[in-house]
Design a binder for this molecule. Structure first.
Ligand code: ZN
Length: 324
């Protein structure tokens, strides 16, 4: 149960407002172009002023997804544009923390748009503590969801205009106790670092179950028979959701490889050769290479699958070089 004094303090902060944070630069075409290039967005409305004017805008339009970009701090933390408030719009987190909630994770963010933002505009935002949830328990731990609303405005001679809003939600929590961390008197070998387990979903479960059974199973579209790996819900060729699987022979060749040297992450051995294997059935998969001299690996070498069990909890396909 959360401390009542904490709950009172926190609820008293809901609705609290914070001053302006200004943009370092006016909305401008170079930043828009860089952003579009990085995001892979190709829209002349954002990059071609003549096109934008023909659509009735004074200059290029900023992609709506850039809303948060304009008023961000500089490269150094808290380096906000002159005139910005020095208040911390997430100060409620600092109030919660001393009550035993040290961890924080960003949860989600919603953006709302009032109108297009055009190159040349100068933006700022103000903030408000939108809500703090009651104490919640999640798989991460127990704590509070804190939501801050940032309202963005464009400075205009006739009165500043709202251009958009952003809700930003974080979870401020005490981390859940991990079961293995509780037992202080476990034998030393039980604390050895294990291989990370794969994320298993309804799409991938058959593959890992196949490994446990010593079979290399490859997903196949039931409609067009196209094989695919890694597993996915939809056939990229015919868009069918129907699939089954085939058992691969486990033979193929080294399509490419990499030898990991650094950083040395336990429990793996280094140098750690990893292969991109092209199976004889035609699909490729990534797997560890065993009993190889990393210096003598060559693309095109023949390989054969073997299954090895690790940490008494997972079986992985690995590949060994075989004679051509
Ligand atoms: Zn298909």
């Amino acid at each position: 149960m959360a401390d009542q004094a904490l709950l009172d303090k926190v609820q008293a902060m809901v609705g609290r407002e914070y001053g302006r944070v200004y943009a370092w630069d006016r909305v401008n075409a170079p930043m828009i172009r860089h952003w579009c290039e990085i995001m892979g967005i190709d829209n002349p409305l954002y990059t071609n002023a003549d096109f934008a004017r023909a659509q009735g805008h004074a200059d290029v339009v900023a992609p709506p997804g850039m809303l948060q970009v304009w008023c961000m701090a500089g490269l150094d933390l808290e380096n906000y544009a002159p005139g910005s408030t020095d208040e911390n719009n997430f100060e409620v987190l600092k109030v919660i923390e001393p009550y035993g909630y040290p961890a924080v994770v960003a949860v989600n963010s919603d953006l709302y748009f009032e109108r297009p933002i055009i190159a040349g505009e100068r933006l700022y935002f103000t903030s408000k503590v939108d809500s703090v949830s009651e104490e919640k328990t999640t798989p991460l731990g127990t704590g509070f969801f804190v939501t801050v609303l940032m309202s963005y405005f464009s400075e205009q001679p006739g009165g500043d205009e709202p251009v958009g809003r952003q809700l930003f939600r974080v979870f401020k929590f005490k981390p859940a106790q991990r079961p293995e961390a509780k037992a202080a008197d476990k034998p030393a070998e039980a604390k050895a670092i294990k291989r990370p387990l794969p994320g298993v979903s309804d799409d991938t479960r058959f593959f890992w179950e196949g490994c446990e059974a010593g079979k290399l199973l490859i997903q196949r579209c039931s409609d067009c028979q196209t094989l695919r790996h890694p597993p996915a819900p939809v056939c990229s060729k015919c868009h069918s959701f129907a699939w089954d699987s085939i058992e691969a022979a486990g033979t193929g060749e080294l399509y490419s490889f990499v030898v990991m040297h650094y950083p040395e992450v336990p429990p793996f051995d280094y140098p750690n050769p990893i292969g991109l294997i092209e199976l004889d059935e035609g699909v490729r998969l990534i797997a560890g290479l065993i009993d190889v001299d990393p210096a003598s690996l060559q693309v095109g070498q023949r390989v054969q699958v073997e299954f090895h069990r690790f940490d008494d909890q997972q079986t992985l396909p690995q590949f060994r070089l075989v004679a051509a």
